[in-house]
Design a protein around this ligand. Structure first.
Ligand code: AMP
Ligand code: MG
Length: 337
């Protein structure tokens, strides 16, 4: 199959929407990362999304809608707290897990009786949902296990020949996937996956926010994941990633003793003036780290890095999302000095 590269003009978005209506897969830009969009109610189309990514069948897809009120068509019940949070954060990078109805097939929800609903703010994604008239299931547009994609070029690199088209909508603004939450009771949510809607932001609109333990820790053998994606190796480039929690001085000493031809470091903006070894930088504050992280992991593979020491980000606010992706990319290998 030849993968078409489409622009974000209205005529090209009509082509993308038609392909989705016809059961094809289209790479689409969102404000978080690029997605592999397919009609969420079409079992065949959804199966081909799992096949294109090589994604395990029990890892559910998020369903993207043009407006939060459309969630009533695909769910059995929407708690008041979900409406309240949607009022503040939709459209935007928040996914709310709700009890699904039969219009969302079990293949889409990975066998669960719930569905993650998101209302993207990216105007191109919004327009494609409107033009297609479909609920759009869209996992991140990367080969399963590999870093997510934040440009159309990354999508082509992972998916060329496997999907019908990619729409180029520029670089993703946030750069990490949405915050996924479950509603626990009338005033409590649980964060299943951290993103750019942070615990602190959610706490302004509800009494309690629980951080699921799987966000920062490896699951024990046999432990059940509240968020199935958390149990898989994830976000990993080919290079071996090692996270180092230390001061810049200790980091520099540590890396200096390691050496080797294909060893690189991923450090913060501003660190480079005191850092004499091969490196890339990935931003100074948490938002820019989120924006750059996956791009840098891909670039490190492109330049042939085999081992990468990464300065561990701050693990609060948006930094929790960055920390969560990195600790998985590192297979939980963390050095604390
Ligand atoms: P991705 O499609 O790559 O952005 O990953 C979506 C992630 O959202 C999955 O790996 C799950 O961890 C989470 N998720 C999606 N739907 C649900 C659900 N119904 N219940 C719990 N977690 C979900
Ligand atoms: Mg993903």
């Amino acid at each position: 199959m030849e993968t078409l590269l489409l622009s974000d003009s209205e005529e090209q978005l009509e082509i993308a929407a038609k392909l989705i209506q016809d059961g094809e897969i289209v790479g689409i830009p969102t404000e978080t990362v690029y997605g592999l969009g397919a009609d969420a109610s079409n079992e065949e189309a959804v199966r081909s999304v799992f096949a294109a990514k090589g994604r395990p069948a029990d890892n559910p897809l998020i369903v993207h809608l043009a407006y939060f009120s459309d969630a009533e068509k695909y769910t059995r019940h929407i708690p008041k707290l979900a409406y309240r949070l949607a009022g503040h954060f939709c459209p935007g990078p928040l996914t709310i897990v709700l009890p699904k109805n039969d219009r969302i097939p079990m293949v889409t929800s990975g066998g669960l009786d719930t569905v993650g609903i998101r209302v993207p703010s990216h105007p191109v994604m919004h327009r494609i949902i409107e033009l297609s008239g479909c609920p759009i299931a869209a996992p991140s547009a990367n080969a399963s296990g590999y870093p997510s994609t934040t440009t159309a070029k990354h999508v082509i690199s992972d998916m060329d020949g496997k999907i019908a088209a990619v729409v180029d909508g520029g670089q993703s603004e946030y750069g990490v996937e949405s915050t996924v939450i479950a509603i626990e009771d009338e005033d409590t949510v649980r964060i299943l996956r951290p993103g750019c809607v942070t615990r602190e932001m959610l706490l302004k609109h509800c009494g309690n926010v629980i951080i699921d333990p799987a966000i920062l820790h490896d699951l024990a053998e046999g432990q059940k994941a509240a968020s199935p994606g958390m149990k898989y190796k994830h976000y990993s480039p080919k290079a071996d990633i090692i996270m180092v929690e230390s001061s810049l001085e200790d980091f520099t000493d540590y890396v200096g003793k390691k050496g080797g031809d294909e060893v690189f470091s991923l450090i913060f903006d501003g660190d480079e003036k005191d850092f004499p070894y091969r490196h890339m930088t990935y931003g100074g504050d948490s938002l820019s780290q989120a924006h750059l992280l996956f791009q840098r992991l891909r670039e490190l593979d492109d330049i042939g890095a085999k081992k990468v020491y990464v300065r561990a980000p701050q693990a609060d606010g948006v930094g929790l999302a960055v920390y969560n992706r990195l600790i998985r990319a590192a297979g939980f290998e963390v050095i604390r000095i």
